[in-house]
Design a protein around this ligand. Structure first.
Ligand code: ZN
Length: 416
């Protein structure tokens, strides 16, 4: 199973927006950009929403049928590890092996010795053409890299072999993620992480490092755009070198776990990918759920009512909702509108405060982040919420498609 050059992770928490998402991809296809969908949903999201991995597969298959989608599509067991991968084996054909928690755990002395010895021959490849942030690598550097990343790479190997044993190596796409680590990985570190993965026999097709800067949920990038730009381009070059040096899959590409809506990075990612003729996987998730809310608000009546109700409940349960997302949100509570006031808002007021349009002075990124983590409230509403999604399907779908196409696909894959 070979993942296409361009793919996009389209999370869909409640499993109703697949067709609207595909519509955006079909629109891109008409303009010449072939991008395949990957429906990603993590164990954490399944737990909070109360769904099972098989539900994602059912929703994906139904959307594909409805839109007459003829290209490949994938269902991603997002951020899984050995402790929960089994739940996904029946329904997923894409696995994001998350080994961030294993970074810094010591590998055995003997394994370290083998790693360092086997890597010495690659030290001579430095400086890698085009990679300026690391000009040389010493034996000490290899020790430091091994100490930090070797155990994690071996853990990826354990998960990979487990999936391969159950489902067959040819029947799934493997992504390895370290994006939830505490510190970013440098391009040179990425090179040796890929080496270690190759030694483990992991046929990694996409890799999601932790980039410099903050990737908070649902809002724009926070950090130095220039620094990110240099790092991203060097990562692309490193991947090119690693494919050859370690005989990794030729379609290996970078995966950006965006947390959705990194608008200030999209143009430079587009330029870098074009310049190096590289592939790209971009993972989003929450942006679609927020468009559901915008669609409900825009629909007015009961739709607006339920959106206001979700906000009021999220406001009163803020600590609980933010806890699982502590490191990836940054809400200034003093900037949150009073729920009483939000009750008096019309469709436009609600939609404009929530919609990610930085040019609109009504846009409130604190309001947006709180609602981003507020999907648990909607999940608890059960059938009542699902019924609203059906009732206001058209308005919601329009917002979901337009958001994905105009704000994400166009700047990322089409340029303009
Ligand atoms: Zn991630």
């Amino acid at each position: 199973m070979i993942l296409e050059k361009y793919s996009i992770g389209v999370g869909d928490r409640f499993g109703h927006q697949g067709a609207a998402q595909l519509q955006a991809l079909q629109q891109a296809h008409q303009r010449g950009a072939k991008i395949v969908p990957v429906w990603n949903k993590s164990y954490r999201e399944h737990m909070i929403v109360g769904t099972k991995p098989g539900d994602t597969r059912i929703a994906a298959d139904a959307a594909v049928k409805e839109r007459g989608w003829r290209d490949s599509y994938y269902v991603d067991a997002d951020h899984i590890g050995l402790k929960n991968v089994d739940l996904f084996l029946e329904s997923s054909n894409f696995y994001t092996l998350d080994v961030a928690d294993f970074i810094g755990k010591p590998a055995e002395d003997k394994e370290m010795e083998i790693f360092v010895r086997s890597m010495m021959k690659f030290v001579g490849l430095f400086p890698l053409a085009g990679v300026q942030t690391t000009t040389k690598v010493t034996e000490d550097d290899l020790h430091a890299i091994g100490k930090k990343y070797l155990f994690a790479a071996k853990e990826a190997g354990r998960i990979y072999r487990h999936i391969a044993e159950k489902n067959g190596e040819e029947n799934f796409v493997a992504e390895v993620s370290t994006d939830e680590a505490n510190e970013p990985q440098t391009p040179a570190q990425l090179f040796f992480i890929l080496a270690a993965l190759a030694q483990e026999g992991v046929k990694v097709q996409t890799i999601a490092p932790k980039f410099t800067g903050s990737f908070l949920k649902g809002i724009d990038y926070v950090g130095s755009v220039e620094k990110f730009s240099t790092e991203f381009e060097e990562d692309l070059l490193v991947i090119g070198h690693a494919i050859k040096a370690f005989n990794l899959p030729k379609n290996l590409k970078l995966s950006v776990h965006s947390g959705s809506d990194k608008f200030s990075l999209y143009p430079l990612i587009n330029r870098a990918v074009r310049k190096h003729d590289a592939g790209l996987h971009l993972k989003t998730a929450g942006t679609t759920w927020l468009e559901e809310l915008i669609g409900l608000a825009m629909a007015g009546g009961e739709g607006l009512g339920i959106a206001q109700e979700i906000y009021a409940a999220a406001f009163s349960r803020i600590d609980e909702l933010c806890k699982p997302y502590e490191t990836v949100i940054d809400i200034d509570r003093s900037k949150l509108p009073d729920p009483q006031k939000v009750r008096s808002w019309g469709s436009d007021d609600f939609a404009c405060a929530l919609r990610h349009n930085q040019a609109d002075r009504r846009y409130n990124l604190h309001f947006r982040q709180l609602l981003h983590v507020g999907y648990k409230i909607a999940a608890e509403m059960g059938d009542r919420y699902q019924h609203m999604l059906v009732k206001y399907r058209d308005t919601i779908g329009q917002n979901v498609s337009e958001n994905l196409y105009k704000r994400h696909i166009v700047p990322l894959f089409l340029g303009s």
